[in-house]
Design a protein around this ligand. Sequence first.
Ligand SMILES: Cc1ncc(COP(=O)(O)O)c(C=O)c1O
Length: 380
Amino acid sequence: MIINRRREEFPTLASGIHLLSHSLGPAPRVTRDSMLAYYDAWEHHTSEDAWAASWWEMSTAVGDLIAKIIGGASGSVQIQPNASIGLSTVASCFDFQSSERNKIVTTALDFPSMQYVWDAQEKVGATVEVVHSDDGVSISTDEIVDAIDDSTALVALSHVSFRSSNRIDVAPIVERAHKHGALVLLDIYQSAGAMELQASVWQVDFLIGGTIKWLCGGPACGYLYVRPELQSELQPRLTGWVAHNAPFDFAEPPMRYAESVRRFAQGTPSIPALYSVMPGLQIIEEVGVKTIRAESERRTQAMIDFALEHGWKVNSPRDVNQRGGSVMIYVEDGPTMVKRLAERKVFVDCRPGVGLRMSPHFFNTDEEVREAMEILAELM
Ligand SMILES: Cc1ncc(COP(=O)(O)O)c(C=O)c1O
C-alpha cells in the first residue's frame, strides 16, 4: 500500500524513532501556526470580538471533527477538559441511591481513572463489579457479558486496554446491556485515531477519550460522545453555565439544560486547547482511520512475529481482531530498557508488569519499525 506518511509535517520525527502514540503523539508543524492564530485572536480581541468571530463555535467544530473520526453523527461529541472529567460527567447523570439498578461493570484492564471514578460512586449507592483478567493481557467477553444483569446501570470499559492493547468485542456487550436495560460506556482513548470506530452503528451510549495520543492533538482536551437519542434524558450534576440552554441569559436557577450535546459541558471552554488539537485531528481525518488501521495490523503483526522468533514474551493479544495499535513486550527492568532504547534514539515507554509499550503510527516507516526491533534485540 502506498501511504503518504506526511513525515515532514512532524518535526519531532527527525530526532529518532517515535513509537509513543499510545502516550504522546508528535506535534504537527502546523500546530505552531494554529497556536499563534490563537494568540493573534486574543491580542486583537478588543477590536474584533474573538468569541463572536470563532471561539464560541470552536468546541462544536472540534467536537464534530472528533465525531467524524469515531463514526458518530455531528452533534454527538462534547469537548471535556480531559477523559476523566468526561467519565465523571457521565457518573453524575446517575442516581444510584434511589434505584435498584446500581451496579457498574468494569474490567481489570481499564485505565485507573475508571476504577477511581466508579469506586467514588460507591459512597453514593453504586456497587462495582470488576471483571478480572486471568493473564493480565486479555478479558473474556463471556465473563463481561455474564456480569451484566437487571441490576446493572452501566457497563464501563476500555475499548482497547492501555496496559496490554487488548481490544474488546463491542457488539455482544452492547446487545446484552441494552437487553437488560443497562447503558454502555467505552473508553476509546487507545483506539480513536488508531482504527475505524463505529459509534453510531455500535449503538453504544457513551464514549470517552482525549487528543494526546493517536489523534496527534497534544495534551489539550478530552471528549465525551453521548448517543444522540439519549442526550435529552440526562441531566449531569457535574455541570456549569455553558451547559445551560441559554447561557448568555445568565438566568436564575433552576438549570435548564441545553437541547444539544452542550448539556454535557461545564464552564468556559479551553480555547488554546481547541486551537492546539485542530491540526492533528485534520491530519488523522485526511490520512483516514481505515488506512491507519491497515498499516497498524501489518506492522504490529511483524513486531509480534519478530518478538516470538527471538523468544520474547509478548503481553498483547496475538489475534489481530483482539488487538489495538500497540505491542507490549516483557522486559525484566522496564525503566532501564526504556532509557537504553532512548539512548539509541528509539522512543517507547513501559508499564509495571507488562514491560515495553511500542506503538507504530501511520507516520513511522517500515524501516524504522524494523530498526527499533533490531536495536531492542541487541539490548535484550
Ligand atoms: C485508556 C485511557 N483512558 C484514560 C486515560 C487518561 O485520560 P485523562 O488524563 O484525559 O483523564 C488514558 C491515558 O492517559 C488512557 O490510556
